[in-house]
Write a protein that binds this ligand. Structure first.
Ligand code: PAD
Ligand code: ZN
Ligand code: ZN
Length: 375
């Protein structure tokens, strides 16, 4: 019996309060309105940005259904939807691509003005929510909310992908992989023969390493305080691994020394102000490029000496690896299927969706890279 046009009752992980575990609840998911799409979730990754919400680093409205790195199958579509149909395999997009705003029309930029990152409303584009639990409306997260058996997204926040794609792997293209890989190849534009330093070896940092390798970097120096992350970093392309805790002097000095005066490209993929400064300081003063990928704690500032940039360094950042989401995600999936890059090395754990709290514990304890929750 078709569920189209009807409210669907299903399980979702609701975050009622900060710093509390997720609660698996029965929620009601309303049918998609015009230009919206309802998706049956198949697999979702756990990204540190979800945890940043739980601990209050990344502000969003509560109660909320988190999750933004996923893949699923279209269950039904609202009026006027033309780019996906029921039965299509899709990836939800936490940065939309409306195709009409100045950013979407800009040849390089990707942060479509319809995004819900800076001053989050926690709604779909029309300003309302599709989730209800215990009679209360539940907020959306970045227009995706993938920690639910069903979710509703705006059409500009979903990409149709190859019909044969393995959803329990390509879900990582919804955030971690694309963010890291794009930060290297598209945002930094890493050059052949260059030396790169990558701070933070989680799912996103490892994907930065893959991007540096694909761009032809000669040296990729991986930096983390958890040495258990080093073996995997080497597997994906790191040429050397450094633990800052093994040195008396600041890590930026160590990196400047081992690179003969500073690296060409550095990436902060942790989300800390001190490592953002270290990453800037370790790049060569006249031409080094430093990229902020990690999400910094809410409302904290860095004080820096402008001389660091006057000498010639470049300091920049981007979300989702600078990729225009709706047009790039299907291509990235096709590239994965053509074996242009692996995703298996990013996945350390697979758990049933109901074990979401266990998945977050694995991330917090440093034991996992990516945990995939399956529905
Ligand atoms: P993760 O927690 O899996 O990896 C972070 C790594 O950093 C871990 O291996 C830690 O051991 C390591 N680490 C922690 N502190 C230090 C330190 N002081 N020095 C060196 N290493 C340290 O996270 P992730 O890979 O899922 O995400 C990384 C960041 O990227 C995080 O801040 C997340 O919110 C952000 C992100 N940004 C975007 C974007 O669009 N810009 C997208 C996805 C994730
Ligand atoms: Zn993410
Ligand atoms: Zn736009």
């Amino acid at each position: 019996m078709s569920t189209a046009g009807k409210v669907i009752k299903c399980k979702a992980a609701v975050l009622w309060e900060l710093k509390k575990p997720f609660s698996i609840e029965e929620v009601e998911v309303a049918p998609p309105k015009a230009h919206e799409v309802r998706i049956k979730m198949v697999a979702t990754g756990i990204c540190r940005s979800d945890d940043h919400v739980v601990n209050g680093f990344l502000v969003t409205r509560l109660p909320v259904i988190l999750g933004h790195e996923a893949a699923g199958i279209v269950e039904s579509v609202g009026e006027g939807v033309t780019t996906v149909r029921p039965g299509d395999k899709v990836i939800p997009l936490f940065v939309p691509q409306c195709g009409k705003c100045n950013i979407c029309k800009h040849p390089e930029a990707n942060l479509c003005l319809k995004h819900d990152l800076n001053e989050p409303q926690g709604t779909l584009n029309d300003g309302t929510c599709r989730f209800t639990c215990r009679g209360k409306p539940i907020r959306h997260f970045l227009g995706t909310s993938t920690f639910s058996q069903y979710t509703v997204v705006d059409e500009m926040s979903v990409a149709k992908i190859h019909a044969d794609s393995p959803l329990e792997k390509v879900c990582l293209i919804g955030c971690g992989f694309s963010t890291g890989y794009g930060s290297a190849v598209k945002v930094a534009k890493v050059t052949q023969g260059s030396t790169c330093a990558v701070f933070g070896l989680g799912g996103v940092g490892l994907s930065v390493i893959m991007g540096c390798k694909a761009a032809g970097a000669a040296r990729i120096i991986a930096v983390d305080i958890n040495k258990d992350k080093f073996a995997r970093a080497k597997q994906v392309g790191a040429t050397e691994c450094i633990n800052p805790q093994d040195y008396e002097k600041p890590i930026e000095e160590v990196l400047r020394e081992v690179s003969g005066g500073g690296v060409d490209f550095s990436f902060e993929v942790i989300g800390r102000l001190d490592t953002m400064m270290s990453a800037l300081l370790c790049c060569q003063e006249a031409y080094g490029v430093s990229i902020i990928v990690g999400v910094p704690p809410n409302a904290q500032n860095i004080s820096m000496n402008p001389m660091l940039l006057l000498t010639g360094r470049t300091w920049k950042g981007a979300v989702f690896g600078g990729f225009k989401s709706k047009e790039s995600v299907p291509k990235l999936v096709t590239d994965f299927m053509a074996k242009k890059f692996p995703l298996d090395q990013l996945i350390t754990h697979v758990l049933p969706f109901e074990k979401i709290n266990e998945g977050f514990d694995l991330l917090r304890s440093g034991k996992s890279v990516r945990t995939i929750l399956t529905f």
